[in-house]
Design a protein around this ligand. Structure first.
Ligand code: ADE
Ligand code: ZN
Length: 336
């Protein structure tokens, strides 16, 4: 099963680039930018990465991102992630980035996007990886701040596919961002949002009804509302589920209780993703392996999950066709 997971070409639909910041690279960049970080060794870092909830994690995640200053830093960060994509056979990825995490510290939007864009081109050339960018608004900040970010993004509109909503969910419902999502859609961005990770099922409903999302990030808590489940199925909305994240942020107590299989059984188009792999202990293959083992998923389940990711990606129909053919090639190879 491990070989099968590794051999399958995969798409990743929920990945925060700032969450792929491995401690080794963080040390290196902190040193060259002459920034003090509160850890001396990798062991100290790993010890700090024990989270009791989303906010606990976010505090450490934002602090880590604070060492990113120059275009080169964002380039190195993204290239390190693309290298992991290559190693995990991720051939298509939709990368979230949080402009406000950087602009709030005085780093210009263009520094961030230019570094990411250079890495995207190099990763395509070096490894053939296709990628799209999702610009995520921080929901703990105001809608006005999100509007400012939208404005800053416009000169780079052609580089960005989608807008998302992340950060502290409780107390920051999707409805808070109704106007900026409307304006973002008018600019051509596809709307997605984190909902029902820690927050209630009602937040998922708001993301659907008010933000008009094309996909739901996490969405695990939809299972608490059967009508909502039916609505998600009816509207054919995919969920970008993140198993190791759910475990590390205590949204799932043990992996054997993870809701992924239940979601699939309800007819929901679930996908597997790594969220913040440097913080949660694993990239795509590790996420697949962890849920496969805990939930005893079959090969058919794995194929469904992998195909869902391609089908519900924002790739073109032509790309999707090519991707799915590549999946079938590997499936047929393993069936021999
Ligand atoms: N930002 C980075 N990772 C996140 C997560 N899992 N939930 C909300 N915001 C995030
Ligand atoms: Zn996320």
């Amino acid at each position: 099963m491990q070989d099968f997971i590794a051999a399958l070409p995969k798409a990743e639909l929920h990945l925060h680039i700032e969450g792929s910041f491995e401690p080794e690279l963080m040390f290196e960049i902190a040193q060259r930018n002459k920034i003090e970080i509160p850890y001396k060794t990798i062991e100290e870092v790993k010890k700090a990465y024990q989270f009791s909830c989303l906010q606990d994690f976010l505090d450490i995640y934002y602090a880590g991102a604070g060492v990113l200053i120059h275009e080169n830093d964002f380039y190195d960060l993204a290239m390190a992630y693309y290298q992991k994509c290559y190693e995990n056979n991720v051939i298509h990825t939709e990368i979230m980035f949080d402009p406000q995490t950087h602009t709030q510290r005085g780093i210009a939007f263009e520094i961030v996007i230019n570094g990411l864009q250079k890495a995207r081109l190099d990763a395509k050339e070096k490894w053939g990886i296709n990628s799209l960018f999702i610009m995520s608004y921080l929901r703990h900040l105001s809608e006005e701040s999100a509007f400012e970010t939208l404005k800053q993004s416009l000169p780079y509109k052609d580089l960005i596919t989608s807008v998302g909503l992340d950060s502290s969910e409780m107390g920051n419902p999707p409805a808070k961002f109704k106007n900026v999502f409307e304006a973002s859609v008018k600019e051509g961005y596809i709307p997605v949002a984190h909902a029902g990770e820690e927050g209630p099922a009602d937040y998922i409903r708001e993301a659907i009804d008010i933000l008009k999302v094309a996909r739901i990030d996490h969405g695990n808590r939809c299972l608490e509302d059967e009508n909502l489940v039916q609505e998600i199925v009816k509207r054919d909305l995919a969920l970008t589920v993140c198993p190791l994240s759910n475990l590390e942020l205590r949204n799932t107590d043990v992996m054997t209780n993870h809701p992924l299989k239940k979601l699939l059984d309800k007819g929901i188009k679930a996908t597997v993703n790594s969220d913040d792999p440097a913080y949660f202990g694993g990239y795509m293959n590790a996420n697949f392996e962890a849920v496969q083992e805990a939930l005893n998923l079959s090969k058919e389940d794995i194929i469904t999950l992998v195909k869902n990711s391609f089908n519900y990606s924002f790739a073109t129909d032509e790309q999707k066709k090519t991707y799915l053919e590549k999946v079938d090639e590997v499936v047929n190879e393993f069936a021999k």
